[in-house]
Design a protein around this ligand. Structure first.
Ligand code: NAP
Length: 230
């Protein structure tokens, strides 16, 4: 079984997808910017390497020989961080580097993590455009993320078969792995049940789409509904 390369392996989604992939028997190449900061990632079946998701050369060198790649990188980990250093072009650069680097390396599958803020609310607007539903101060990050999705769509006909899985609603760190998730479209799921997803179930969905690709060159939402818990 060939391995999976995980960009952003030191983060919450990256750790969850690394654990899920290992549990299913895949080897993982865990890409971080500074391996010295992540001694705990080193484990059987996991090779920690230095890399930058915005550098196509770095992506290509690291990705060669893998069955697929996961993009779980974020330059923004929470509101406390602020936006002074946010590059609005970050996710576009990452999309270009991944599509170019993976193509050069002959890796045909990319599964990326999206952002629920660009799903559509009940009024048809992206959630991030509704200040009552989404904190306006986080909008620059949501716009940067959305630009990355647009770039994937613009370049959708290339050799890399990508899919973006967008968690709808709250993404719960430390939430249980149920092994289940629902798949939706552009609309935020909105009946009277609250959408949510644990990072562990996001990881199940990400590895599923590498193991057996079902969606191609598109983005979908992934979620559970509160009563699904447990
Ligand atoms: N409900 C939702 O829609 C929702 C909620 C949360 C997160 N998300 C999305 O899920 C994805 C993963 O988020 P997360 O919560 O796992 O983030 P996280 O815990 O902050 O991890 C992100 C990782 O990206 C790495 N990184 C940053 N810049 C990099 C670069 N240039 N090259 C390689 N790695 C880089 C960081 O590691 P270093 O700094 O050490 O390099 C960090 O470990 C993101 O796209 C995020 O926006 C969606």
């Amino acid at each position: 079984m060939s391995g999976i390369v995980v960009f952003g392996a030191g983060g919450r989604a990256g750790r969850a997808v690394t654990a899920e992939a290992r549990a299913r028997g895949y080897t993982v190449t865990a890409v971080v910017r500074d391996p010295a900061r992540y001694p705990d990632l080193d484990a059987e079946g996991v090779t920690v390497v230095r890399g930058d998701v915005t550098d196509p050369g770095s992506v290509g060198r690291i990705a060669a020989g893998h069955a697929g790649a996961v993009h779980a990188v974020s330059p923004f980990s929470g509101p406390e961080q602020g936006f002074d250093t946010l590059d609005p072009g970050f996710f576009v650069k990452a999309a270009d580097a991944l599509l170019d680097g993976l193509a050069a390396a002959g890796v045909g599958r990319l599964v990326a993590v999206g952002l629920g803020a660009n799903l559509l609310g009940a009024d048809g607007r992206p959630v991030m455009d509704d200040p009552l539903a989404f904190p306006p101060e986080i909008r620059p990050f949501a716009q940067a993320h959305t630009a990355g999705l647009h770039r994937l769509r613009e370049r959708g006909d290339g050799p890399v078969d990508w899919v973006m899985l967008t968690p709808a609603g709250h993404l719960e760190h430390g939430g249980a792995r149920t092994g289940r998730y629902r798949v939706g479209g552009e609309q935020l799921p909105g009946d009277d049940r609250e959408p949510w997803l644990s990072y562990a179930d996001l990881a199940v969905a990400l590895v599923d789409e590498i193991e057996e690709p079902v969606r191609h060159r598109t983005r979908v939402s992934v979620f559970n509904l509160r009563e699904d818990k447990g």
